[in-house]
Write a protein that binds this ligand. Structure first.
Ligand SMILES: Nc1ncnc2c1ncn2[C@@H]1O[C@H](COP(=O)(O)OP(=O)(O)OP(=O)(O)O)[C@@H](O)[C@H]1O
Ligand SMILES: O=P(O)(O)OC[C@@]1(O)O[C@H](CO)[C@@H](O)[C@@H]1O
Length: 308
């Protein structure tokens, strides 16, 4: 069993437009509404590959019900904590000139009682999981130390924890030493306090984080690819060229692929190819975290690894 945690799930609305013009009326060409949030996306990918998944996090209102129904429909176990507020709606606007604009709501108010209930659910929800995946932002009232606390609780029970968050939630949790962390370049800059311009800068910053006792650091660099640092190796893989339709959820696909690679005890090289192939395949579909599996296999074969 793999447990995913999405403290701030969302209904993701994807709008396609010819061109988005700020300060003017913009008419939408097409709309797609799906259940999302980083951990929900991770669960989606894991279910496609047949893994047992339990989904935790806060859900509320009509949007919450929509997400719960979806998670159940893909065969993942729902173990959500229900709150009084309404789960958010996020908007992702894809325009034909290639720009992707995301509008992300902060999320519902979370009361102290609801937070305590979540901690209780968390202890139960991870009991039979060997891997715990903590993904995304959290609603504003949730303390910035929430992931720090969850990582320690899970580690105390012998679980491996994968962390993919941003801003203060990432910064405040890194000292709790998750098993793996996946910052993108912007997040790596926040974590390391350094500007990252070249691959050497990214390697230096990732090593600094690894040096704090985190066994696996994966730095995602969009179309440029993925840097992977562990106790023994520094490896970089350029992403294969694909016709990108929607890159939302690429990071979540990396996280899901890493979790599967751990379960399968892959070599480092296989693991990196698997992560790069699956995330590049995700970019080719309009719906986030839907992996064309044959395409992913084909892309994995094309991945070239450079060792540093
Ligand atoms: N245009 C692309 N072509 C090929 N592969 C891509 C492309 N964009 C992303 N990827 C792959 O997906 C990985 C993760 O992407 P990215 O760095 O955008 O993650 P992210 O910022 O965490 O995204 P999100 O928060 O939307 O999940 C990259 O490291 C790369 O391997
Ligand atoms: O606000 P967060 O939690 O950082 O990001 C939320 C989000 O943008 O991330 C996913 C893609 O990775 C989307 O499904 C979702 O809307």
């Amino acid at each position: 069993m793999i447990t995913t945690v999405t403290l701030n799930p969302a209904e993701d609305k994807t709008f396609t437009v010819t061109r988005l013009v700020q300060g003017q009326v913009n008419r939408i060409d097409s709309v797609k509404n799906i259940a999302g949030g980083k951990g929900i996306n991770v669960s989606k990918v894991l279910r496609q590959y047949g893994y047992d998944v339990r989904a935790l996090g806060f859900l509320g209102g009509y949007t919450g019900k929509f997400i719960e129904d979806y998670v159940r429909s893909i065969g993942a176990e729902c173990f959500f904590t229900y709150v009084n507020g309404e789960t958010r709606v996020n908007i992702n606007i894809l325009s034909q000139d290639g720009y992707v604009t995301e509008l992300l709501e902060p999320g519902p108010d979370i009361r102290e009682k609801e937070l305590s209930l979540f901690f209780h659910d968390f202890e139960q929800g991870i009991a039979d999981s060997d891997l715990v995946i903590l993904s995304g932002s959290a609603p504003e009232q949730v303390p910035a130390t929430v992931y720090h606390d969850l990582i320690l609780r899970a580690r105390n029970k012998g679980k491996k924890v994968i962390l993919d968050s941003s801003g203060v939630f990432l910064k405040e949790s890194i000292n709790a030493c998750p098993y793996m962390v996946k910052p993108n370049i912007k997040e790596l800059e926040i974590l390391s306090g350094r500007k990252i311009k070249r691959i050497e800068d990214a390697i230096g910053a990732a090593l600094q984080i690894g040096g704090r006792g985190i066994h696996h650091v994966m730095v995602s660099m969009g179309a440029k690819g993925l840097l992977y640092i562990n106790d023994r190796e520094i490896m970089y893989a350029k992403a294969p060229e694909v016709k990108a339709v929607n890159t939302v959820g690429c990071g979540d696909s990396v996280v899901a692929a890493f979790a599967m690679a751990c379960k399968q005890e892959m070599s480092n090289e296989e693991l990196l190819k698997f992560c790069v192939g699956i995330s590049a395949a995700n970019a080719t579909t309009l719906e986030s975290a839907v992996i064309p599996m044959d395409k992913a296999e084909e892309l994995m074969e094309q991945v070239k690894i450079i060792r540093y």
